[in-house]
Design a protein around this ligand. Sequence first.
Ligand code: CAA
Length: 698
Amino acid sequence: MSEAIEYERIGDIAVLAANNPPVNALGVDVRRGLLAGVERAEAEGAKAVLIYGKGRTYFAGADIREFGKPPQDPWLPELCARIEASPLLVVSSIHGTALGGGLEVALSTHYRIAVPSAKVGLPEVHLGILPGAGGTQRLPRVAGTEAALDMITSGRHVRADEALKLGVIDRVAEGDPREIGLAYVQELLDSGAERRPVSEMPAPAPVDFDAVYEQVLKKGRGQISPATAVRAVQAACEAESFDAGMQRERELFMELMNSDQRKGLIHAFFAERAVGKLPELKGVEPRMLHQIGVIGGGTMGAGIATAALLSGLQVVMLEMSPEAAHAAKERIAGNLGGALKRGKLSQAQFDEIMENELTLATGYGALSNVDLVIEAVFEDMDVKKQVFTQLDAVCKQGAVLASNTSYLDINEIAAVTKRPQDVLGLHFFSPAHVMKLLEVVVADKTAPEVVATGFALGHRLKKVCVRAGVCDGFIGNRILSTYRTCADHMILDGASPYQIDKALTDFGFAMGPFAVADLAGLDIGWAVRKRKRAEGLDPRARDSNYADKLCEAGHFGQKTGKGYYIYEAGKRGGVPNPEVMPLIEAERAEKGITPREFTDEEIVRRYMASMVNEAARVVGEGIARRPLDVDVTLIYGYGFPRYRGGPMKWADLQGLPGLLADIKEWAKEDDYFWQPAPLLEQLVAEGRCFDDLNKEAS
Ligand code: CAA
């Protein structure tokens, strides 16, 4: 027997217990153990088999680390068929999660019992594949076609009570999975219950599959796995036999398994788990946090305070005047009201937070006892320095002092205090109670336990935390500023903001860069451009002014109703603003540029190459530890399509030599902007890719 499956005999029942921590993934040892266990139970004359998982869960799915490697026997579909075909009564007892291949094993057993906290689901589409061990054929037979389509195309986790209603499980019972499983099997044996192979159930009723396919394809914004899964469910309804349906499922599964989207999504899965693991923080204890301070109650500060309050922290919100404090309180109440409406908070919790957990203040003295403070005041170095000087004077020893700056130098900010070891950047993304990304910016003197505290706070706030070094814009905004410049160059040379936005949303971005700028506020980019011009631009840099003219006319994007687009109240999205193209044409004329055509393909290629090239610099300089840190930053903070795995994974899949060749070609027209990053040149010269650096760092 394999060690991953423990075999035990209790009277007529053979008990197979999975013991493959942490999540009982169905790796080759587990599959072999299950097969051997069923065979042994049959050979020993048992009447029934109970399958359950030790530790925190039933099987959480196939072992994702085996994907893309040569398959090892038995394959999961064969194992499921063998379990289902056993002449013994086979029962699953589920706790934790039965996901993907885990649910497929459960569906190949004849009965299923689960504890109330269990969840089941077929989340394969999130990994770029579809259920490949009979899930698309068995689930519709037990739950009906519509419910199966919903579960398989959304990949959502379904709670035990709903799974019971859908017929995915047969019973819910409190207790230990082994004990409730044994009692259930005994009851089934005593009542003479028959085996119940799902594959022998009638084919499910068809629906309008073409319509569902189109709908799912559109919703996926270019992601193909959910729509492909629709075709597999269709086969469950329409194929001549269960086996023919399985055959179709296999073909579609293999198509997806070989796709770049599968590679991208699996990279994203492991990358988002790797970002939080920093060797230098191993064994470093974060400082305790009970109460935090937030300075500035604008959109950003109120969002940070909301996230902290929702996580159970007490918050002291500091504003400049009673009126501003009142406005901040209203903003926070509005944010929490949203959580109340969505059922994430009860009325009693809402009242408790507003009355007892949130304190409004107008004087720095109120921060004397907080464990950590985050300033979210105006983005200006002098203002930040004043704030940190005051914090240094009033905060208790050991308090962590954080700046939410998006661009400014944390070393310079830390230097005004007598405790630079306690200072770091915590760069949230707006709205901070919604956006998942947090850049933890580590300055030269930041102490390891302060970094650990930044990560601990981020995790408590349910953020994906990425470590960043100090530079203008850290990881995300520095790269953004480069690809935005690339977009501006294409505008000057002949593309329109609308063509660029469309080309990039077709590529899979949630929004194009100009729609994003409208959302963030055009005044933000304007302030950055003014600052950079004041610091002195390189004479070789191509600057442009059409965006400044929009701002000068008072158009700051969505908040003023007009920017690159015009926004009407109550309508989602905007329509192109007719004032924009004349501004661009005037600037082209002023600069003597004859506009040329851009294909969507060229727009994407240039935009992505500029992003990857800057990202390679960011990694080369150690601002991001590994390429995967860039990938996670762009996916979670900048709407980068997850199914492409992030810009570095995209670049690897494209091939770095081709990308470098393009950059060198474009350098012939602008050798300042298109300077190849040294790391990119080095990797190409060595025949390596970004993922090699991820592997070396893990
Ligand atoms: N294979 C391999 N490793 C896995 C895994 C899997 N299916 N699921 C989780 N892990 C690993 C994680 O990488 C992590 O490893 P490290 O500690 O080394 O980082 C560890 O298990 C714990 O995972 P989490 O940190 O995510 O733990 P959690 O408690 O927050 O979440 C979970 C648990 C809900 C099961 C979550 O891990 C999850 O969603 N896993 C993926 C489930 C899934 O997608 N299953 C379907 C697989 S595809 C399939 O089954 C295809 C098929 O039909 C053939």
